[in-house]
Design a protein around this ligand. Structure first.
Ligand SMILES: Cc1cc2nc3c(=O)[nH]c(=O)nc-3n(C[C@H](O)[C@H](O)[C@H](O)COP(=O)(O)O)c2cc1C
Length: 217
């Protein structure tokens, strides 16, 4: 008989794994063993041809974290200024919280216990066909999300980030990552403060789902 999951628990995990920025506990150490446990779960994710061309770089050395955080901030500053200009023009008021939370993460990134950089062995070719590109990223990004879910269920907060990739080569140099390896994200990892998280704001499923033909609800 098929195992029946506790949907209350699994749906709670899936709907409340948030981008944690302000609630990262910067004072509580995270053991390498715990991170490797999460990576063990992460690597059950699918990969095209089950090739598993992933490597997980866990950065917990203070000097290296500081170097990566500097690269992140170099990308963050112009990106955030562009965001602020766009928000000011549009008159939107619903994005202040996320901007403040993003500012906070950028300012404390070097103090987060660990920065995890999932890497794909094999870089995308600029002329790669869409199918191959989808195959390349699709062979690692599900594992990254698995990692974040496993972390969350162990009391760890994470946030998917990509801004340091604006200086990917500099990060590669700092961390000794070979030329044929693509960094695909960076997630801070820390225990989270407070008890729980709520589901985030999302478009209704009925609105974003079509049946059989485009725009057919
Ligand atoms: C591909 C991708 C790139 C992202 N890059 C960043 C980033 O560089 N910095 C950051 O603070 N958040 C980043 N985020 C996090 C998003 O801002 C976050 O997932 C979104 O606001 C939804 O937040 P929630 O999951 O807590 O509801 C990224 C998310 C994704 C999926």
């Amino acid at each position: 008989m098929a195992v029946s999951f506790d949907l209350g628990q699994t749906d709670h995990l899936l709907t409340t794994t948030r981008a944690v920025r302000k609630r990262l506990d910067l004072t509580r150490p995270v053991s390498r063993d715990l991170i490797v446990d999460c990576i063990r779960i992460a690597t059950q994710a699918p990969a095209g041809g089950n090739v598993q061309m992933w490597r997980w770089l866990v950065v917990d050395d203070p000097d290296l974290k500081a170097g990566i955080a500097d690269l992140y901030r170099r990308s963050y500053a112009p990106y955030m200024q562009a965001q602020r200009d766009a928000v000011a023009q549009s008159g939107r008021t619903d994005v202040q919280a996320i901007m403040q939370s993003s500012d906070h993460l950028a300012s404390v990134l070097h103090d987060v216990p660990a920065l995890v950089i999932p890497c794909q062995i094999g870089r995308p070719d600029p002329n790669m066909a869409q199918g191959n590109l989808a195959g390349l990223y699709g062979s690692i990004l599900p594992a990254v999300w698995n990692f974040m879910l496993a972390a969350r269920s162990r009391g760890l907060g994470t946030a998917w980030t990509t801004l340091h990739l604006g200086f990917e080569q500099e990060a590669a140099q700092l961390l000794g990552i070979p030329e044929n390896v693509a960094q695909v994200a960076l997630t801070p990892v820390a225990f989270y403060t407070g008890d729980d998280f709520k589901p985030g704001a999302r478009l209704p499923a009925e609105k974003v789902t079509y049946f059989n033909r485009w725009k057919q609800h």
